[in-house]
Design a protein around this ligand. Structure first.
Ligand code: NAD
Ligand code: 89V
Length: 340
């Protein structure tokens, strides 16, 4: 049995706790939050007796194999450093770090211990997105030459996650990061990125609209666009819509989880709606399912002795795209993420 300790019992961690409850061979044995009310609430709901208000005390007590860090980004570096000291496997929420320098240090710290480090970058694990990845990788549309990953919504994300309205950076760091990771999962690493950003909602501090153009090493051009300022009749939150054109056909993941594979003279449609897990609720259920799938993936990787898809080292590439996108938007030029 793999024993898990979770740090950060906030808005999103509840999903992670439900997912651990349902994963065979894994057990959530301890939780930690500096907010006593949140700690008590999570402890009661999930029946966890070992509760800590201080991460140092949790690490000192030990008795777990994996630490699952579900705090916001400001604490990630310090907590990963403590995990390295304790010699445990690590899962850390996105955004992984406050800067690329910090992210590289975190990867190095854990690699030195020989333990696994995975960034909880779950969007590529959404079953609808996964189906697109699988069809593309199976060669169903030949060689891709264009892609678009699009997330445009007017959903009020600020009520559940007030910190999203407060940071200097918002949509690329919080949401664009997931879409950039999907673009990498589909088309590989990126040699050049350019971006524009804009703040439409005057009540928030950071940007709530971003449009990015990527040139992938394999030659695909992709557009990654996101907005939390899009008002329309049919709200699609939190669906990532995908278009891919290939030499033999095209793939479209449209609103309502409708997937179309088109080839000359033939089109095949699939309903790729995610299952509604027993603890999940609409419209978050596609994200909630992906939490269960990525955590299961981590456990599978541990058993197989393999690096997870979104290992810390892999995630440096996604993180570099975030940094490059902000710099590109600020300076009005295209950038090679490798140059950062
Ligand atoms: P939150 O503010 O609701 O919860 C964070 C919790 O961590 C709080 O209860 C806080 O008291 C606690 N905390 C902070 N620093 C701590 C420390 N050093 N020791 C102990 N406890 C500490 O935030 P949230 O909305 O749950 O987001 C948490 C993380 O999850 C963020 O990085 C966010 O980007 C990410 N997130 C990911 C997804 C996804 O789909 N992958 C979705 C939403 C949020
Ligand atoms: O997935 C996330 O990181 C969330 C949200 C979907 C609101 O952007 O913060």
């Amino acid at each position: 049995m793999l024993r898990i300790a979770l740090i950060g019992c906030g808005f999103f961690a509840r999903n992670q706790m439900f997912a651990w409850r349902d994963i065979e061979g894994a057990e959530l044995v301890a939780i930690c939050d500096q907010d006593p009310a949140r700690l008590a609430r999570a402890g009661e709901e999930f029946g966890i007796a070992r509760r800590y208000s201080d991460a140092a005390a949790l690490f000192a007590a030990g008795g777990f194999d994996i630490v699952d860090i579900a705090t916001t980004v400001g604490s990630h570096h310090a907590l990963v450093a403590q995990a390295a000291q304790a010699g445990v496997h690590v899962i850390c929420q996105k955004p992984f770090a406050r800067s690329l320098t910090e992210a590289r240090e975190m990867v190095d710290m854990i690699e030195k211990t020989g333990k696994l480090l995975m960034v909880h970058e779950n969007f590529r694990w959404q079953s609808a997105v996964r189906r697109v990845i699988d069809l593309l990788r199976a060669g169903e549309i030949g060689e891709a030459f264009f892609g678009r990953i699009s997330f445009r919504s007017g959903y009020d994300v600020y009520s559940g996650q007030p910190y999203l309205a407060e940071g200097e950076r918002f949509i690329i760091e919080d949401l664009g990061i997931h879409l950039l990771d999907i673009a990498r999962a589909l088309f590989g690493d990126v040699s050049r990125i350019s971006a524009t950003t804009r703040r439409v909602n005057p009540a928030i501090r950071g940007e709530d609209v971003a449009t990015m153009q990527l040139l992938h090493l394999g030659g695909v051009t992709s557009v990654v666009d996101c907005s939390y300022a899009t008002r329309r009749q049919d709200e699609t939150f939190p669906q990532s819509l995908i278009e891919i054109d290939g030499t033999l056909g095209s793939l479209r993941l449209d609103a309502g989880y409708r997937l179309t594979l088109s080839r000359p003279g033939a089109a095949r449609q699939e309903d790729v709606s995610p299952p509604l897990l027993e603890w999940a609720e609409r419209p978050w259920h596609n994200i909630q399912e992906s939490v269960q799938l990525i955590q299961q993936h981590f456990i599978d990787c541990l058993h197989r002795g393999e690096a997870p898809e979104t290992s810390g080292r892999d995630n440096l590439q996604t993180f570099a795209l975030v940094e490059a996108a902000y710099l590109s938007a600020r300076e009005g030029r295209a950038l090679a993420p490798d140059s950062l």
